[in-house]
Ligand binder design. Structure first.
Ligand code: NAP
Length: 292
């Protein structure tokens, strides 16, 4: 397919690389233009703006940080919509507000461009290995047109409902992860303070009911007190903000997610927002006397 890819951050760079290696015709754009060079070296062409990146493409993928950022790269002065052909598809794979997603889809429909929301779970490892879990909102017949590209990026590509439904599913994912990160951090602090063989304990736990992606992939960070990316704490806090707003609108109480959002606010304020979200262990370890 002829694909335009906007946003070459932790996730986007790895996803764009997979699309190139699968043989797709790729044009890339990133706000910090230097990040395009690694993809150009692999055979991509570069574009100076999102609009230029979207020209003569069947599919445009956006993978940027937050809701206003997607609005800027899609509808801004040099936004993708200005370059997109009638009948082409925009797939936003960032994690953003479901309400704004629906507004973006309506704006694109006025230009005869279809939109899907397709946020992902599976971390930077999933982006590199093509093992993401992709949650898709929008029309199934539109998904069928772009599925060959999404299948390169995800182990599972699941249609979860109409436009915006993918973002709601992702908010649920982030609420579940909030509790998991906090609980794994507490468990690791307890194991370390007790002085047991933590690696042996991790092997035992990984085969039981406490097994999780966080335990398997991030307990090591928590034990070492070292939090390389991964997934930025400020981005997970952003996602919990989306989930808390939805919960408030629906009258649903999610106090654990609210608590973790506050811990993350504290980490961001202290300057740790660009570390991996496993740094929630900083709070737990300090409270337990494991760190100063
Ligand atoms: P990241 O490393 O912070 O990269 C963010 C990307 O967005 C960069 O390319 C950045 O450009 C671009 N960007 C930000 N604001 C922009 C703006 N106003 N205009 C144009 N471009 C802008 O983030 P990431 O980890 O790749 O995450 C991307 C999205 O995926 C987020 O919505 C995140 O919540 C979601 N996600 C992340 C993970 C993960 O494990 N990392 C997992 C699942 C989902 P610059 O290079 O110029 O800053």
């Amino acid at each position: 397919m002829r694909i335009g890819f906007v946003g070459l951050g932790t996730m986007g760079a790895k996803m764009a690389e997979r699309l190139l290696k699968a043989g797709h015709d790729l044009v890339v754009h990133n706000r910090t233009r230097a990040k395009e060079e690694q993809l150009v070296a692999l055979g991509a062409r570069r574009a100076a703006t999102p609009a230029e990146c979207a020209a003569q493409r069947d599919l445009v993928i956006t993978m940027v940080a937050d809701t206003p950022d997607v609005q800027a790269v899609v509808l801004g002065d040099e936004g993708a919509v200005l370059g997109m052909e009638k009948g082409s598809v925009l797939v936003d794979m960032s994690t953003i507000s479901p309400t704004t997603t629906r507004r973006l889809a309506a704006a694109l429909a006025e230009h005869d461009v279809d939109m899907l929301d397709a946020p992902v779970s599976g971390g930077s490892e999933g982006a590199a290995n093509g093992t993401l879990s992709i949650m898709v909102g929008g029309e199934e017949k539109v998904l069928a047109r772009v599925r060959p590209a999404l299948d390169v990026l995800g182990k599972t590509v699941t249609h979860v409902g109409s436009i915006g439904a993918g973002q709601v599913a992702k908010a649920v994912n982030q609420v579940i992860l909030a509790g998991t990160y906090a609980s794994v951090a507490e468990g690791m602090a307890l194991a370390q303070a007790a002085g047991i063989d933590v690696q042996a304990a991790l092997r035992a736990l990984g085969g039981g009911a406490a097994a999780s992606w966080v335990l398997e992939n991030r307990a090591g960070n928590m034990l070492a007190g070292n939090y390389p990316l991964g997934f930025r704490t400020r981005l997970h806090r952003k996602d919990l903000g989306i989930a808390l707003a939805a919960a408030r609108d629906l009258g649903v109480a999610i106090p654990v997610a609210a608590f973790v959002e506050q811990l993350e606010t504290s980490l961001v304020t202290q300057g740790f927002g660009d570390e991996d979200v496993s740094n929630i262990a900083r709070v737990v370890r300090r409270q337990s006397g494991l760190d100063e």
